[in-house]
Structure formats: structure tokens, C-alpha cells
Design a protein around this ligand. Structure first.
Ligand code: SF4
Length: 305
């Protein structure tokens, strides 16, 4: 079938409340999602870069990834927001956005030789003791959607931890549509609200517009959405306070805000990148938290900073 026909079937399927009845040889909704993710890879539109490269034939876009997902790290993290904590983190290589301050810059590009391909066998190496949720992150997970869907397809019967999608909010509507029904909670980082800042730090002037659409799409799926705001030094007026005002205008039913104060100059930040070459001040962090409260936004946790 042509891709647009598959999308039409997907839209119809997702509009129904239950998985349609099917014969033993008929495709499931997850099969359909995997096929659509494959089509997206052929002219890649998995993240906001929309490189349109054919990752199935070895072409690489900004994320540096081919068609498969590669495991970077996995561990149980005990400092996530209370609703998802403790969470088994599965960190994957590759990110199309590549903020210059990224603390995980070693995970952003093409996986090193010998990196583990995500496969059903990966599950046996994950120690999930004590985990209440299973978080996909990176790098960024959107770019590895095809491999992740294949992994989910092979999970054993009865395996059930709530799935958390921890992303940079730069996934395309197509990617979010394929995640609909599979993700139990989203944790997007709302990084910038100014196109100039997004361009200067991540060469992505379209990031604010894309992130707004992404967060609205996440909320439209009726699951909790915990929006993280990492306070960047000197970016309250241009980015964080307008971000909060945007969030205050959305449906509040499943929306939570998590203000993070742990920014450190990292990645490729140098002394010439002022003000990004310092930590945020206590006043800057407090200012974002006070505005969150003043706007009546629900917070996801008492921040331990
Ligand atoms: S995932 Fe994003 S950065 Fe990577 S090839 Fe696709 S569109 Fe480009």
C-alpha cells in the first residue's frame, strides 16, 4: 500500500477505542506503526530536521543514525519525577537537535563500533529491579523510533512497565502519531522559546514552533505530560518565562511542569559563549519557579536542587 493509504488506516484504527479484531495472519496496529516508521526512514521525517535522507540505504542526516537503534546506557534512575520514579532508563545513541551545551554530547552522533544494537535480546541485560516505569531517552529517542517499535513488538507476553518518552520535543507530528497508544507518559524538554536562541544554540530556528506543536500533540493523547524546563543562564526573558505563559494557555488536565536548575556549561560551550558559560543563579531559577506558581501551573515535583 502507498504510505498515505497506510496513514489513513492508522488514523482510522487510532480513532477506535479497541484494537480491531484480526485473524492470525493479519497485521496488528503495532505492525502498522512499524511499517509506517519504516516508510518515514526511507525519506527521514522522524525529527524536526526532516533531512529526507534514505536511512535504509545508509544515508545519514544530522542525527548520524542508520536504520537501527543502538543502546548507549541502561540503568534504574532514582531521581526522576515522582510519578515515574524510579525509572529504568534506556538511553540510545543519536540526536538530530544537538544543543551545544549538551551534557550527553558523547551520545549525539553515530554509535561507536561495537555498540549494542537494540534487540529483543537486549532485554535480558536490563536490570529493572525496583523500576516503576521504562524511559526511552538519549541522545533522543524519536530518531530511533523504528528500532524501538520493533523492540516493543518483541517484548514477552505479560511484560508491562509504563512507557515514558523523554524527548527534546522536536519529534515530528508523524512520529508522535506513531507513539500514540504506546506511550504512558511524555517528558519533553522545552528548551527554547525564542527562534534566535534556538538558532544560536542548536541551529534550529524552527524549534520553538515545532516544540509547541509537539507538546500540544502529546497532550492530545490524553496521557500525563511532564514538561521539563532546564534553566539556562540569561534565558528567562527570551525563553523560559514565555514558555511558561504558553503552557498556561494549554489544557491543564494532564500537564505538569518540572523546573530544573542543574545546568552546567558543557558540550562545546566555551568562555566566549556568555552567559551560557556559567551556571544559572539562584535568582534565575527562583524566578522561573515563582512564575510557574504564579501562573497556576501544576508542578511535577519539589526540585531537589
Ligand atoms: S532523525 Fe532527524 S536528524 Fe536524523 S535523519 Fe531523520 S530527520 Fe534527520
Amino acid at each position: 500500500m502507498a504510505e498515505e493509504q497506510l496513514w489513513a488506516v492508522h488514523e482510522k484504527t487510532m480513532a477506535g477505542s479497541n484494537e480491531p479484531k484480526r485473524g492470525p495472519d493479519e497485521a496488528s496496529t503495532l505492525d502498522l506503526k512499524i511499517e509506517l516508521a519504516l516508510r518515514l526512514l526511507a525519506a527521514c521525517r522522524l525529527c524536526g530536521r526532516r533531512c529526507k535522507v534514505n536511512r535504509l540505504q545508509g544515508e545519514r542526516g544530522s542525527c548520524g543514525l542508520g536504520s537501527e537503534a543502538f543502546v548507549a546506557e541502561h540503568y534504574v534512575h532514582i531521581a526522576e519525577e515522582p510519578g515515574i520514579n524510579p525509572s529504568h532508563i534506556l538511553s540510545l545513541y543519536g540526536c538530530g537537535l544537538r544543543c551545544r551545551f549538551c551534557q550527553q554530547s558523547h551520545l549525539l552522533g553515530t554509535p561507536p563500533g561495537g555498540a549494542e544494537r537494540l534487540s529483543p535480546q537486549s532485554l535480558s541485560s536490563f536490570t529493572m529491579k525496583g523500576a516503576r516505569s521504562f524511559s526511552f531517552m538519549g541522545g533522543n529517542p524519536d530518531e530511533s523510533l523504528f528500532g524501538i517499535l520493533q523492540f516493543l513488538h518483541c517484548l514477552p507476553e505479560g511484560w508491562r512497565l509504563p512507557v515514558v518518552w523523554n524527548s527534546n520535543a522536536y519529534g515530528t507530528p508523524e512520529t508522535l502519531s506513531l507513539l500514540h497508544g504506546l506511550v504512558d507518559a511524555y517528558v519533553p524538554d522545552l528548551k527554547f522559546f525564542s527562534a534566535d536562541c534556538a538558532q544560536a544554540i542548536a541551529s534550529a530556528s524552527d524549534y520553538p514552533a515545532a516544540a509547541k506543536v509537539s507538546i500540544q500533540n502529546m497532550l492530545g493523547q490524553g496521557v500525563p505530560v511532564i514538561v521539563r524546563i532546564l534553566v539556562l543562564p540569561g534565558h528567562n526573558d527570551c525563553c523560559h518565562l514565555p514558555s511558561l505563559r504558553f503552557l498556561a494557555g494549554l489544557d491543564q488536565c494532564n500537564l505538569f511542569v518540572s523546573v530544573r536548575g542543574q545546568y552546567c556549561p558543557d558540550g562545546s560551550i566555551t568562555a566566549s559563549d556568555a552567559p551560557l558559560c556559567r551556571r544559572p543563579t539562584r535568582e534565575e531559577i527562583a524566578n522561573v519557579r515563582e512564575e510557574t506558581a504564579a501562573l497556576g501551573l501544576a508542578t511535577a515535583w519539589p526540585d531537589p536542587d
